[in-house]
Design a binder for this molecule. Structure first.
Ligand code: GTP
Ligand code: MG
Ligand code: ZN
Length: 298
C-alpha cells in the first residue's frame, strides 16, 4: 500500500477532499472514528483497492488550530496550520466589533497574523467605523476597506493574502464567500442573499474549503457566526489584546487584571487615550465572560 502525504482541502462532515503531492485531488474517507481531520491538516492517506476513495490513516502534528465552541458547547476545530486570520466586518449585518476583537484574540493566542477587512464599502456605514478601523491600524493590524460588489481594493486584499494559508472569518452575511469569489473570479462558493428581516445572512457555507488564489496564497472559507468566543482561560485573555498586553508590562502588580488595581498602566493608557476605550471595554467583557465560563473548573 502506498502511503502519501496529502493536504486536506475540503471537508464534508466525515468525507474529505485531499490534494496529493502530484497535484491530484481525490475524495477520502477516514479510518476509524477517532481521527478528526480538518481543512489545512497534513495527513497520511492510501488508496483503497477497487474504489475511487482514499483512506486517511494519520493526521500530522498541527502547528496550530483555530477552534470555536459549537452550539452544543463542545470545542470544534475549524482549520489547522493556518498563517493568517482575515477578520471581516461590513455595514450589514450591523458590525459587532467584539466578535472582531475575539477573532483577533484567537489569532494572537495561536500565534498567527491577522488582518481586518471591512467589506461592502459601497454601502454607507454607521458612525463609529472610521474610528474603530483606525484603532486596529494603530495597533498594527493591516486594515482594508473593500467591496466584493464593486471590486474596490480587491487587489489590496489579494496582496495581504499572497503567501501562506489564510482563513476568512466573521459574522454571517458580511461577504466572506463573495470576497473569495472575487479573488478567484469565479462562482464556486455558493453565495446567498441576506434574506431575513434582521439583516443577518443565512448560514450558507456549511463546510470549509481551501482555495488557491491566482496571485498566490490559499484561503479557507468558513461558515459565518452569530457569536464567537475563543476557547481560553481567563489569564490568557490579556494576551489576545496586544496593546493591552504591551502596556501591562508597566503595571505595578505582575498579576494585575487591569480592572481596579492601583498603579495600573493599562487604565492610565485608557485614560490618556493611548488605548482605545472600546477595546478596553471589550477586553473587560471577554475577561468577565471567560472567568464565568471557566470558574466551574476550579
Ligand atoms: N452591497 C454589497 N453587498 C455585498 C458585498 N459583498 C457581499 N455582498 C452581499 O452580502 C450577502 C452575503 O454575502 P456572502 O458572501 O454569502 O456572505 P458570507 O459572509 O459568506 O455569509 P455566510 O456564509 O453565511 O457566513 C450577499 O447578498 C452578497 O451579495 C459588497 O461588497 N457590497
Ligand atoms: Mg459564506
Ligand atoms: Zn494593570
Amino acid at each position: 500500500m502506498i502511503q502519501q502525504d496529502a493536504l486536506v482541502v475540503a471537508t464534508y462532515s466525515r468525507r474529505m477532499q485531499l490534494l496529493l503531492p502530484d497535484g491530484r485531488r481525490v475524495e477520502a474517507r477516514i479510518k476509524g472514528k477517532r481521527l478528526k481531520p480538518v481543512c489545512g491538516d497534513r495527513v497520511e492517506a492510501e488508496p483503497i483497492a477497487d474504489e475511487p476513495d482514499w483512506l486517511i490513516t494519520t493526521i500530522g502534528e498541527r502547528r496550530n488550530q483555530l477552534t470555536r465552541p459549537n452550539l452544543r458547547g463542545k470545542v470544534e476545530v475549524l482549520a489547522a496550520n493556518i498563517d493568517r486570520l482575515l477578520v471581516m466586518a461590513a455595514p450589514t449585518p450591523e458590525p459587532d466589533w467584539s466578535i472582531v476583537d475575539r477573532y483577533l484574540c484567537a489569532a494572537e493566542l495561536i500565534g498567527t497574523g491577522a488582518v481586518v477587512v471591512f467589506n461592502k464599502s459601497d454601502l454607507t456605514a454607521g458612525g463609529a467605523v472610521d474610528e474603530v478601523l483606525d484603532d486596529y491600524a494603530r495597533i498594527g493590524y493591516p486594515t482594508v476597506r473593500c467591496s466584493a460588489r464593486t471590486n474596490r481594493n480587491i487587489d489590496a486584499v489579494a496582496g495581504l493574502l499572497r503567501d501562506g494559508v489564510s482563513i476568512i472569518v466573521g459574522q454571517s452575511g458580511v461577504g466572506k464567500s463573495s470576497l473569495i469569489n472575487r479573488l478567484r473570479e469565479d462562482d464556486r462558493q455558493r453565495v446567498a442573499a441576506v434574506s431575513d428581516k434582521s439583516g443577518e445572512g443565512r448560514h450558507t457555507t456549511v463546510n470549509s474549503a481551501m482555495l488557491q488564489l491566482p496571485g498566490g496564497g490559499a484561503v479557507i472559507d468558513s461558515p459565518g457566526v452569530r457569536d464567537y468566543a475563543p476557547a481560553l482561560q481567563a489569564d490568557e485573555v490579556v494576551l489576545g489584546y496586544r496593546e493591552i498586553a504591551a502596556s501591562a508590562q508597566d503595571c505595578r502588580f505582575a498579576n494585575c487584571r487591569h480592572l481596579r488595581e492601583p498603579g495600573c498602566a493599562v487604565k492610565a493608557a485608557v485614560d490618556n487615550g493611548t488605548i482605545s476605550k472600546r477595546r478596553y471595554d471589550s477586553y473587560r467583557h471577554l475577561l468577565a465572560l471567560t472567568t464565568k465560563l471557566t470558574s466551574g473548573q476550579y
